[in-house]
Ligand binder design. Structure first.
Ligand code: NAP
Length: 425
């Protein structure tokens, strides 16, 4: 029997689904010993740090991740950053193949004047902040104003818009970072505009997310009927299925009578941002619209316009992903998930995608390399590793601390705290 050693870099959905695909490809002749590296002491990637806290159902996929992690031949090697604590080339030397599953964590920039003003914040930072990512808890954000603009027409813009508009009481029973939750309770933001540069027929939202909006008790959601009727006529008689269901969901919102409450979430279309204005801090945004230039006042601006990969020595950034061909970066080196295809698709998209790449990876394996345990190198270099048992202690402590407050978990917000709990015997 041959046992191949595979390194997966990144413990998010794409990484776990790659591990699962490898586990499913094992047989009597071939087995895989999988080491999953993660830079944080906590795994689950965007399921922990990206999915909006008021969408707990989406997070139940973490049960699948834990099953994969507890299968034979799998090791979590957390708190180890590839490219910093360990070069990628070391993994390539010691493993039979390496799969990059690090996602695309940097926010894209608009590239228009005024983007450097205070309170202009990328969704990349804002989402990590409210989700308790330890590196983002010091985010400088001022929620004392009344109006927020969110630029972008994707599901991230919708998550961000909802989180800003919701009555924070609705977040009390979620795993929102305690720091962010306190700030939301003190927030004066009452009017949130999600602004799309193109017509509603081009919006990147998905219909299930739109459909839940009219049911939110604490927010009046507004879409102009005219925006939808124009979009419907532009979309023609046979629009694509997702366009049709999106427009249908938006039409229902536009026809829903206003509740007449203070908190508003409005959608604007055909507003292309051209400048962000203010002295020191954002005060307004100027848009180009079919009716000419329009300037809209705001106290906070969040850009939710997509994500980019970070530079890692040994990987070439190609637009919004790492350069790869069907997942193959070079011999023995692969990419899965957003690292492979850019920031698109829902969590489930990564399953079939990773399965295809792992099939390709396995088809190119010949003979296992000589055995070498990377943990020995890491221990020698003094890096504190969080393994599956350590993470389980953190996980259980968070869940237990959350129970007392009626939350699914109370997240630790500092790496030091996590490491301390992880190492408790
Ligand atoms: P996205 O779906 O690609 O949407 C990005 C949006 O930004 C688009 O509307 C795009 O408009 C707009 N945009 C890009 N450049 C712009 C510019 N210069 N000015 C104004 N607007 C600009 O990206 P995302 O929202 O970050 O989401 C990433 C992926 O995660 C998506 O596949 C999404 O469905 C998924 N996700 C899913 C969920 C969920 O299932 N609940 C939640 C969050 C995220 P154009 O089309 O005009 O370029």
């Amino acid at each position: 029997m041959k046992v191949f050693k595979i390194a997966i870099v990144g413990a998010g959905p794409a990484g776990y689904f790659a591990a699962q695909a490898l586990q499913n490809l094992q047989n009597d002749e071939v087995k895989f010993s999988i080491d999953m590296f993660e830079r944080l002491p906590t795994p689950w990637g965007l399921v922990r740090s990206g999915v909006a806290p008021d969408h707990p159902k989406i997070k139940t996929v973490s049960k699948v991740f834990e099953k994969i992690a507890n299968a034979e031949g799998f090791r979590l090697i957390g708190n180890v950053e590839i490219g910093k604590d360990l070069p990628l080339s070391t993994l390539q030397n010691h493993y039979d193949a390496v799969a990059i599953a690090v996602g695309t964590p940097k926010g894209r920039r608009l590239g228009i004047p005024g983007e450097e003003l205070k309170n202009v914040i990328s969704s990349a930072d804002f989402v990590y902040w409210y989700n308790g990512h330890p590196d983002y808890q010091d985010l400088e954000i001022d929620l004392t104003g009344r109006r927020a603009i969110v630029i972008g027409a994707g599901n991230v813009a919708m998550d961000v818009g909802r989180m800003l508009a919701l009555d924070p009481i609705e977040l009390d029973s979620t795993d929102t970072s305690e720091i962010a939750l306190n700030r939301f309770h003190g927030s004066s933001i009452r009017e949130v505009s999600i602004v799309a540069r193109r017509g509603a027929e081009h919006a990147a939202f998905t219909a299930p997310e739109l459909r839940e909006l009219p049911d939110l008790d604490s927010i009046d959601v507004k879409i102009q009927e005219e925006d939808i009727s124009k979009a419907l006529s532009r979309a023609g008689s046979e629009p694509e299925k997702h366009v049709k269901s999106n427009l249908e969901a938006m039409r229902l919102i536009s026809e829903t009578p206003a509740k007449g409450i203070e908190r508003e979430l409005e959608f604007l279309f055909e507003h292309k941002p051209i400048s962000i204005n203010g002295s020191g801090k954002v005060e307004s945004v100027t848009f180009e619209t079919p009716h000419g230039e329009v300037t809209k006042e705001c106290d906070l601006l969040i850009t939710a316009i997509g994500y980019l990969p970070v530079q890692i020595a040994g990987l070439e950034v190609d637009g919004n992903r790492y350069r790869n061909n069907e997942g193959e970066i070079s011999s023995g080196l692969y990419a899965v998930g957003w690292a492979k295809r850019g920031p698109s698709g829902v969590i489930g998209t990564n399953k079939s995608d990773a399965a295809d790449v792992m099939k390709l990876l396995v088809s190119k394996l010949e003979n296992p390399k000589a055995s070498h345990d990377i943990l020995l190198d890491l221990k020698e270099s003094g890096v504190t590793i969080v393994d599956q048992a350590g993470w389980t202690r953190v996980n259980e402590a968070e869940v237990q601390n959350g129970e007392a407050k009626g939350k699914p978990r109370l997240k630790f917000l500092e790496i030091e705290q996590m490491l301390e709990i992880a190492s408790t015997k």
